[in-house]
Design a protein around this ligand. Structure first.
Ligand code: EPU
Length: 426
């Protein structure tokens, strides 16, 4: 089995580059389905989720080509007049983000058959708000044989209140509404930077959207959209991962290509840990001289602290001075990570959606398994501050969201290798 073998004890120092956000790019790619013709997307991360989304678009009838000038971070998607209305299970099951094709497919063809993505290692992830919103717009949605079957020959604008500012539901409702008849108002909409990015791309395709960046979006449907060129927003979760890795390792890391304003609460936690944060024109620098001090964490929809940074924060807190309280409000099963980091000696106790982390001087290297993308990143950070060798298995999770994570870590001085290991048996 391929693992990341991390030998602990080095301070991360140097500079890393952050590119486009996975959780934006997947949705931007899906939104290309809304307009026949060519859409060019830039700042794409070379991660496996993007490859899978690309295969899915091809299955739906699009052509996806690298840019003619050979730039690896840019693709041109050519969307046909008639798109194939079925998104198959073998691709959808691999990435949750693929559910983002539902809104565009319904808007373009009046029907969509999209496999139900299924379970996830971070907890149950229902789609009820996606369905309720689309139903209010006139869609008929049923699930049969593991597929969502949606029909809406005549999508109409509607007033929609979300029970929770769900990222995925906001996106699917928005991408259906841009081509519906009349005006849709989404109240309690998600306002993550990735949602703003999608709104900007849709506007550049000819969509009419008001309230961008707020929790009330007003979308007036238009007859048709046209292709565009769009540069994806930087990945704030990857940038935040580097910030927390710098804190944990008492490092000094400059993160280029990031937007510090998307990480206000996370960077405030860095300051509470005793770190120094310098905001730069194209990113930020985090320098942590002494052992970090504990800070509490409450995950919330944006602008709250992202749940996607919770395991990396726990990794830093596991070697901090003092005790921290973590409250996870989005994905209850994310604390599965705590059982793994406990194998490395971390003192973490969980109760429901709370965890208490009592910082230790250091952790001790052990074989551990990544259960999802962010847990994987958290375990690698833990490995960097552990005595001896840590082997992190199931690294395909890490490759879903981090571009050449091991190579970037080595660039910062870490002792990390991608190797075959027999610690985990067959
Ligand atoms: N929810 C419902 N019903 C719904 C939709 C969501 O109950 O119909 C609940 C979820 O169970 C969860 C909460 O609402 O408790 C928030 O879910 P949301 O819909 O906002 O999340 P998502 O769209 O499924 C995206 C990211 C996640 C990220 C969350 C929160 C993508 C592909 N995924 O998921 O990213 O954690 O938003 O910010 O965009 C990751 O990148 O590692 C990752 C898991």
């Amino acid at each position: 089995m391929q693992v990341l073998r991390v030998t602990g004890g080095t301070r991360l120092a140097g500079s890393v580059d952050v590119v486009g956000a996975k959780n934006s790019v997947l949705k931007l790619m899906a939104a290309a389905l809304l307009a026949p013709g060519e859409t060019t997307l830039g700042n794409l991360p070379a991660i496996s989720d993007v490859t899978i989304m690309r295969e899915l678009l091809e299955r739906l009838g699009c052509q996806v080509a690298e840019s003619a000038d050979g730039a690896v971070d840019r693709v041109t998607i050519t969307t046909p007049e008639a798109i194939n209305p079925e998104a198959p299970y073998e691709l959808v099951r691999k990435i949750r983000g693929s559910i983002a094709v539902l809104g565009p497919m319904l808007a373009r063809t009046g029907r969509a058959k999209v496999a139900l993505p299924g379970g996830d290692a971070i907890g149950s992830r229902p789609l009820d708000m996606h369905f309720a919103g689309l139903e209010r717009m006139g869609a008929d949605i049923r699930t049969e044989h593991g597929y969502i079957v949606a029909e809406a020959p005549d999508l109409r604008g509607a007033s929609i209140w979300l029970d929770f500012p769900s990222v995925g539901a906001t996106e699917n409702i928005m991408t259906a509404a841009v081509l519906a008849k009349g005006t849709t108002v989404i109240d309690n909409a998600a306002r993550e930077p990735e949602i703003v990015d999608l709104c900007r791309m849709l506007v550049s395709m000819g969509a009419q959207i008001g309230g961008i960046g707020s929790s009330t979006l007003e979308i007036t449907g238009v007859e048709e959209l046209h292709g565009t060129t769009h540069h994806a927003v930087p990945d704030r979760i990857v940038a935040g991962t580097w910030a927390l890795a710098a804190v944990a390792t008492r490092g000094d890391v400059t993160v280029r290509g990031a937007n510090a304003t998307h990480l206000e609460i996370a960077l405030d936690k860095v300051v509470r840990a005793g770190g120094e944060v310098e905001v730069l024109a194209d990113g930020f620098r985090v320098a942590q001289a002494d052992r970090p001090r504990s800070f509490d964490v409450v995950t919330l929809p944006y602008p709250g602290l992202a749940s996607d940074l919770q395991p990396q924060a726990i990794a830093a807190l596991s070697v901090a001075e003092g005790t921290a309280m973590i409250t996870e409000n989005l994905f209850e099963a994310r604390f599965m990570f705590c059982d793994e980091i406990a194998r490395m000696g971390a003192d973490v106790r969980t109760d429901g959606h709370h965890a208490v982390v009592r910082g230790r001087e250091r952790l001790s290297g052990a074989p551990v398994r990544a259960t999802d993308i962010r847990a994987g990143a958290g375990l690698v950070i833990a490995g960097l501050v552990a005595e001896g060798v840590t082997e992190v298995a199931e690294i395909h999770h890490i490759d879903r969201g981090y571009v050449r994570f091991d190579e970037q870590l080595r660039g910062l001085g870490a002792d990390v290798e991608r190797v075959e290991s027999d610690s985990f048996g067959g």
